[in-house]
Design a protein around this ligand. Structure first.
Ligand code: AMP
Length: 286
């Protein structure tokens, strides 16, 4: 992180940001975009630093997007703290924060959505039916508003990253999507804004997610033939359940198309589970 971070500019109006980005483009400046929902942490900082290193201008969008939350989800209580976020953005090397109000992004209810009917109802989408259409649509809007050359997303949200890459390819967005490694706590727990919903005990127990996936991966490596996906799922499930977690789903999928894997070659574990009331997602390449 940079030590002498300067004041960062906060833009709230989509039209003002689009104007700024067009001006930067006209001056031949490259733009990197890091879309976030705020409550920023080291995982977000890693994306911002990557963008700042490789672009003239780095824009961080901070927007808790209502259209990607289901009716009974945590939209109302999702942590919002723009002042602390601005500090982290400045230190990590961002130039602009785009922090629109929902009214500015959705002056009228959205009627046009980006869908991926093949993938949006699988895995996380099975339990969050409106989520991925909401994500893809807001990311498409953010791309059109901030006009980036590159956009940075975490592998942490593995299915989301895949869907965004596919959208960019299918719809010819002139934007390079960069995926970044998941930043974890020392315990192995993937850092997430939602981790703060957990009690210290739950947080400790949630380290079993990574431990379970690592155990499964090790079992797989130690064998000349790969384990079957069901065997791997059982290993992970046992570890998480022993720690008090409740599994929502565990799937082993091909990392290139996210279709269910028949073997563990080129595969990735995707899972979601609950510790207390907190829903956590994680992944690990095998
Ligand atoms: P969010 O604010 O949770 O929507 O995340 C914004 C971006 O940061 C997404 O592309 C996430 O995948 C990424 N991200 C979240 N947590 C991490 C993490 N622990 N490591 C790396 N990237 C992350």
């Amino acid at each position: 992180m940079r030590k002498n971070a300067k004041e960062i500019k906060i833009i709230k109006s989509p039209a003002a940001l689009q104007k700024f980005s067009k001006k930067m483009q006209a001056h031949g400046k490259s733009i990197g975009l890091v879309p976030t929902m705020g409550a920023l942490h080291k995982g977000h900082a890693s994306l911002i630093e990557m963008s700042a290193k490789n672009n003239d201008i780095t824009i961080v969008s901070i927007f808790v997007n209502p259209t990607q939350f289901g009716a009974n989800e945590d939209f109302a209580i999702y942590p919002r703290r723009l002042k602390a976020d601005a500090k982290l953005c400045a230190t990590a090397g961002a130039n602009i924060i785009f922090a629109p109000e929902p009214q500015a992004m959705y002056p009228l209810p959205l009627q046009t959505f980006v869908h991926n009917p093949s993938l949006e109802h699988l895995y996380c989408g099975k339990y969050r039916p409106v989520h991925f259409a909401g994500v893809l649509s807001v990311v498409a809007k953010l791309f059109n508003i901030s006009l980036p050359n590159k956009a940075y997303f975490g592998e942490k949200d593995f299915q989301q990253l895949h869907l965004i890459k596919k959208m960019v390819q299918d719809l010819n967005f002139p934007i390079k999507i960069i995926g970044a490694k998941t930043i974890r706590e020392k315990s192995g727990l993937a850092i997430s804004s939602r981790n703060e919903y957990m009690s210290p005990k739950e947080r400790e127990a949630a380290s079993s997610i990574y431990a379970g996936m690592i155990t499964a991966k090790k079992c797989c490596k130690g064998r000349s033939t790969c384990l079957l996906p069901t065997e791997l799922k059982n290993i992970i499930q046992k570890k998480i359940q022993q720690a008090g977690g409740k599994i929502q789903y565990i799937e082993i999928v091909n990392k290139n198309d996210l279709m269910p894997a028949k073997t563990t070659k080129n595969a990735v574990i995707l899972l979601a589970c609950y510790f207390g009331k907190t829903r956590l997602i994680d992944h690990l390449e095998l």
